[in-house]
Design a protein around this ligand. Structure first.
Ligand SMILES: [Zn+2]
Length: 378
């Protein structure tokens, strides 16, 4: 191919990509709108729309209400052209989601399965994933990949877990999954996956501190619009910062880690109730004793202590994410903010304390975004 035709081809691809990205961002648009906003000729836009429609990337369906003259046809991308499967593995279960090109979880399920480092575990796991895909009637070619979020630090090359004290999965390999599933597979630390979802939902954030309030605590640091990984991939492991030197022993071997006060497990241990029961009773004026109020106050106090200290290091909004996040009511956030700002030279603004909305599915959905972004970038 000569230089000129290469350039023409590249330009064509760039135009196609630009038109697709524009429709994606607008969600619903018309041909006229594209011509106007992208400053492209009508025939170029028409050509691109025809190609995109032929390739199944977009659809034209229905009409906008008329503003005089001919009604404009509504143009959208096909959101389920590709489906990414996201998984969040925990000690006794795993969460499974199907995510479309807008990052929406269109199907979700929780499978009870105790983790063990055996071929039988990985066989059962893979069988459940394939069953989920089949049950939702996704043809093989629709699946862009399977992204697995697990507790534990992942090696920089993404091939294995290098620290997995909670689940005992330090020897977990990406190949344990990839060898059993006929799709591309990806392994990610669950805290980082959760932060990816929060970043997706708050695209304007340059920096943030993410507290993953799951059964075990996790965390991540967002800087420059991306999740900070770190030299050996453990940036943001705020679960092991010490909040009370003589506190309870953590699974890491140290005492008084934030994990021992602010994980959902710690809350259950202290109250003797499941998370669901705890909040039901806490919110019920008839059954909520002083005891539960004290436990919750103590939880918020420790969380505030950590937030205040970390916010000195990175001056940015704070996102409460994961399992416990949807349980936070506006009055809890006010109390937490009050505790954070009790004695501090640099108060945190109210609109800088945010909560995630996807609860226990957060790491699974965040993991799936790896393949969603992959598709959108190419
Ligand atoms: Zn610890």
């Amino acid at each position: 191919m000569d230089k000129k035709s290469v350039t023409t081809l590249t330009l064509k691809q760039i135009n196609k990509h630009t038109v697709y990205q524009y429709i994606y961002r607008q969600r619903e648009t018309s041909k006229f709108q594209i011509v106007q906003d992208l400053n492209m000729g009508l025939s170029t836009v028409s050509q691109n729309l025809t190609t995109l429609e032929k390739e199944g990337l977009i659809e034209r369906n229905g009409y906008f209400a008329s503003t005089g003259g001919r009604k404009a046809q509504i143009i959208r991308i096909v959101p389920d052209l590709r489906i990414a499967i996201g998984i969040g593995i925990l000690k006794n279960m795993f969460h499974l989601v199907a995510v479309d090109l807008y990052g929406e979880a269109v199907a979700r399920e929780t499978i009870p399965l105790a983790y063990e480092d055996t071929p039988e575990y990985y066989d059962t796991f893979a069988g459940e994933v394939l069953h989920f895909i089949e049950k939702n009637e996704y043809p093989t070619e629709k699946i862009s990949g399977i992204s697995i979020a697990t507790q534990g630090i992942i090696s920089p090359d993404g091939s294995s877990v290098t620290y997995g004290a909670i689940m005992g999965n330090t020897r977990m390999q990406l190949s344990d999954f990839a060898s059993r599933l006929p799709f591309p597979c990806h392994l990610v630390h669950d805290s980082k996956a959760a932060a990816d979802l929060e970043l997706w939902n708050h695209p304007k954030l340059d920096s943030a501190l993410v507290f993953l309030l799951n059964r075990n605590l996790g965390g991540a640091v967002i800087t420059n619009h991306s999740v900070h990984q770190g030299f050996s991939m453990h940036s943001g492991s705020l679960e092991h910062i010490c909040v009370e030197p003589d506190g309870p022993v953590c699974y890491c071997g140290n005492r008084g880690c934030l994990e021992t006060f602010c994980s959902a497990n710690a809350l259950e241990l202290r109250s003797g109730l499941s998370v669901k029961e705890f909040f039901l009773k806490l919110r019920d004026p008839d059954s909520s004793g002083e005891h539960l109020q004290n436990i919750w106050q103590d939880y918020l106090r420790h969380l505030a202590f950590a937030i205040r200290n970390l916010n000195l290091l990175i001056d940015c909004p704070v996102i409460l994410s994961g399992y416990l996040a949807p349980y936070f009511l506006p009055e809890d956030l006010d109390r937490l903010l009050g505790l954070i700002n009790e004695h501090t030279p640099f108060p945190l603004a109210k609109d800088s304390l945010l909560t995630g909305t996807h609860g226990q599915y957060t790491p699974a959905i965040g993991a799936a975004l790896f393949y969603v972004k992959n598709f959108l970038d190419t």
